[in-house]
Write a protein that binds this ligand. Structure first.
Ligand code: GLY
Length: 350
């Protein structure tokens, strides 16, 4: 997996033109979803570098991160005459950058692609680090490959297009990056006011957050070791998300991760001594920002089963990344069924 260039853009036209020019290509394709086509494509469509672009659009939201949408993109590429020397630009949130990255990585065994993330979630997480894929068989990101975009363009201008829920969703991944880095980063994130957003300050926090992820991905691109730190909150978060998907409840990814962080910090406190005061402070922030995920003890078996399907597991044991303290990362931790049930009890009762 080659190292990708992450560009903090202050002038999208300049940065995107430079990124497109950098890659010799015969045809240019742009992937959007229905929402980003309406809200974000107009910010880009008049740029000279987009003059020859062929548009591809898929349905918005995670329900469309499917084999059908992927097939649609492959078909558009094929019918549009894409060759191995074509270039694809993914303009959208994590769903578009994940699915578009997978389509580009597999079409004719791989064509070059650029990510232009338009959501906070995608800026700080999905678009960076080369994880691509689709949901399959009721499980999140079940099929995919590691393959980095050539360039990822982060432009804070897009943050103005986001509603509170989508900002909060991305912010959960930033909170995760704070928890796995330093106490200073974590505390600064807890102080930020998501109700009255200071976009310049948010831009600075985004840059710090992405730098944390880049450092980890550079060290361990294929997730054999330290990259597992980025899975904090996700073992439980993905189970909540999959349960919600099965019950046709809409839950944004970051909300599920935030709730998952609370559960996994509780497990961290029980297993490896994560400090109780930091657990309380993080829980208060998560409750105020994200509310709580509603489930009953009738859901426990299903949630446990979903956790056992997680990609990070080995030999039938549920694998977690835990923290001994902020920044004290403990990868490859397992928990028994009883410990997981106790964690779910704690979440519901608190
Ligand atoms: N989203 C976690 C990772 O990229 O490893």
């Amino acid at each position: 997996m080659t190292k990708q260039e992450v560009v903090l853009s202050e002038n999208l036209q300049q940065t995107l033109s430079a990124a497109v020019r950098k890659v010799e290509h015969d045809r240019l394709f742009v992937l959007t979803d229905e929402t980003t086509r309406r809200l974000c494509w107009p910010l880009v469509s008049e740029m000279p570098c987009m003059a020859e672009a062929q548009m591809m659009t898929i349905g918005a939201t995670d329900e469309n991160k499917t084999l059908e949408s992927l097939t649609h993109v492959w078909r558009c590429l094929q019918e549009g005459g894409a060759t191995r020397h074509s270039l694809m630009v993914n303009l959208g949130g994590g769903m578009v950058t994940d699915l578009g990255g997978f389509a580009a990585s597999t079409f004719k065994r791989g064509i070059a692609y650029i990510n232009v993330p338009t959501t906070l979630l995608s800026m700080v997480d999905a678009s960076v680090g080369g994880k691509t894929g689709i949901n399959f068989g009721g499980l999140k990101n079940e099929v995919g490959v590691f393959n980095c975009a050539l360039t990822v363009i982060l432009d804070a201008e897009f943050l103005h297009t986001l509603d509170y829920e989508n900002l909060a969703s991305g912010y959960a991944e930033m909170l995760k990056h704070g928890l796995i880095s330093t106490e200073e980063n974590w505390a600064e994130l807890l102080r930020f006011d998501l109700q009255r957003v200071d976009y310049r300050a948010l831009g600075r926090l985004v840059a710090k957050s992405v730098a944390i992820k880049e450092r980890i991905v550079e060290e361990d691109p294929l997730e054999h070791g330290i990259r597992k730190a980025l899975n904090l909150g996700h073992t439980v978060g993905h189970a909540f998300e999959s349960l919600a998907m099965a019950e046709e409840r809409t839950v944004l990814h970051g909300y599920a991760v935030a709730w998952g962080l609370v559960c996994e910090l509780y497990l961290s406190a029980k297993r490896v001594g994560f400090p109780a005061d930091k657990l309380r402070q993080t829980m208060a922030f998560v409750r105020d920002t994200y509310g709580t995920f509603a489930f009953t003890c009738k859901h426990y078996d299903r949630l446990y089963e979903l956790m056992t399907h997680d990609k990070k597991n080995t030999a039938g044991q549920v694998n977690f990344t835990l923290l001994g303290d902020v920044g004290d990362i403990r990868i490859n931790q397992t928990a028994t069924r009883e410990e997981i049930m106790d964690m779910l009890d704690f979440y519901r009762e608190s």
